[in-house]
Design a protein around this ligand. Structure first.
Ligand code: NAD
Length: 440
């Protein structure tokens, strides 16, 4: 089985490397020459645990190669995955320019039957759109099938998620394409991973519905946490007991500063847009989007309340904050729509000075904050002479800090634990003025 993957980002690179691990011959393509150069040198352009080993092994064994030459990659392979970005447009819709370009690139190089697999998260109807683009360029005679095969991996656990998926969704219109896709995923098929085989539109909808539901679950527990703060309840106990109900399940019930990342924000906006453009208002998703934006700002209000400061211009002049964690979640360097962006910008806007540390996301953070914040080498350097420590991302290494040392290094012992990783009673006993999300 020979496979090309167009787009070598978080999804494309993991897909390519893991399919090579399953014994396929995979060519990963990207238009970003620097990215491909780095990959050819054996460097992994993103931080994703376990990815370096699997890439190195499959390159060495000759099953994984990298190129900027889309034409050759399309010509030489039977299955062509599209794994390019689908960012938000200003109106919330998914920007399909990269998908369209990939479709044009494929169309110009069709030299026989191909299965073109959309792995990018795309609005319902995009499979047909890709088909139309290819038809209009390649003509009526060329044989090809378009398949929707949405990806459900989580950054930070992407390799494991790809190798051991909860389910594989295949949206296709021909038996031939379905048979080839089963062959691509034969390792999963033999391991009895559940397959959902459906039409293209249903497969496209499954991805958005799944992401919107997860965003809803996070947002729901965030609102429960907010209410807990008013009524004197402990959200951790509430979430634990809720999660024991098999109908609810324990996952995604961790309160925090709001969801971020490259998927939930843009995919909820895109689903809302798909609904609107079909004459339907998806009220619950619209509310999730609004509440999540408010949750990020609510964290800033929480910090001000902790420090007994009124919100106004210049309110934080002369105060220095330590931010631990910038990535939108642990184990990734991805900064896209991270809650840290809103929180840090709000603090800066009120005149604060900011020290920050993240184990992997500092380079990417520079794109968002430039030289407006101070990038530190570690946790203890970051907290030095600060007036408040804000934990934004729950990297494991932040869970067991020497809090006595932290306190002694700080100018004032204010601690806003936005991921609830410390025990409130212990922090208070150590002399911290402490706040978290939804706990007593
Ligand atoms: P990314 O931005 O990390 O990578 C996209 C890559 O595509 C970039 O390297 C870019 O240079 C390349 N590219 C763009 N146009 C190209 C072209 N014409 N030819 C070759 N390469 C091209 O994006 P990502 O995070 O990997 O996401 C890709 C898609 O997968 C998106 O639709 C996203 O919603 C979806 N998805 C992402 C995740 C995730 O956790 N990141 C999970 C599931 C699904």
């Amino acid at each position: 089985m020979r496979i090309a993957v167009i787009g070598t980002g978080y999804v494309g690179l993991v897909t390519g490397a893991c399919l090579a691990e399953f014994g396929m011959f995979v060519t990963c393509v990207d238009i970003d020459e620097k990215k491909i150069e780095r990959l050819k040198r054996g460097e992994i352009p993103i931080y994703e645990p376990g990815l370096d080993d699997i890439v190195a092994k499959n390159v060495k064994e000759g099953r994984l190669t990298f190129t900027t030459n889309t034409a050759e990659a399309v010509k030489n392979n039977l299955v062509v995955f599209i794994a390019v970005g689908t960012p938000s447009s200003d109106d919330g819709s998914a920007d399909l320019r990269y998908v369209d370009q990939a479709a044009r690139d494929i169309a110009q190089n069709l030299n026989g039957y191909k299965v073109i697999v959309n792995k990018s998260t795309v609005p319902v109807g995009t499979g047909q759109r890709v088909k139309n683009i290819i038809r209009s360029i390649a003509g009526e005679k060329v044989r090809f099938d378009v398949v929707s095969n949405p990806e459900f991996l989580r950054e930070g656990a992407a390799v494991n998620d790809f190798l051991r998926p909860d389910r594989i969704v295949i949206g296709a219109e021909s038996e031939e394409a379905i048979a080839i896709m089963k062959d691509v995923y034969s390792a999963h098929y033999l391991n009895e991973a559940p397959f959902v085989i459906t039409n293209i539109e249903t497969a496209e909808m499954i991805k958005y519905a799944s992401n919107a539901f997860l965003a809803l679950k996070v947002t729901f527990i965030n609102e429960v946490a907010n209410l807990c703060e008013y009524v004197g309840a402990d959200v951790h106990k509430v979430a634990k007991a809720m999660g024991m109900d098999g109908r609810i399940g324990p996952k995604f019930l961790h309160p925090g500063p709001g969801y971020g990342g490259s998927c939930f924000p843009k995919d909820t906006r895109a689903l809302s847009y798909i609904a609107r453009s079909n004459g339907y208002t998806f009220q619950i998703v619209d509310t999730v989007i609004k509440v999540n934006e408010e949750q990020k700002l609510r964290m800033v209000d929480k910090i001000l309340k902790l420090m007994n400061i009124e919100k106004k211009d210049g309110a934080l002049k002369g105060l220095r904050f330590a931010i631990l964690g910038l990535a939108f979640k642990p184990n990734t360097d991805d900064m896209r729509e991270s809650p840290s962006i809103t929180i840090v910008n709000e603090l800066l806007n009120m005149g604060a000075e900011v020290n920050a540390f993240d184990p992997e996301a500092m380079e990417n953070a520079k794109e968002f904050f430039g030289d407006r914040i101070c990038y530190c080498k570690g946790e203890y350097e970051a907290v030095k002479d600060t007036d408040c420590l804000v934990i934004v991302t729950e990297w494991n290494q932040f869970r067991k800090l020497d809090m006595e040392k932290i306190k002694s290094l700080m100018r004032r012992a204010n601690l806003a634990d936005l991921r609830n990783i410390y025990e409130p009673s212990k922090m208070k006993a150590l002399g911290f003025n402490y706040t978290s999300v939804g706990r007593l």
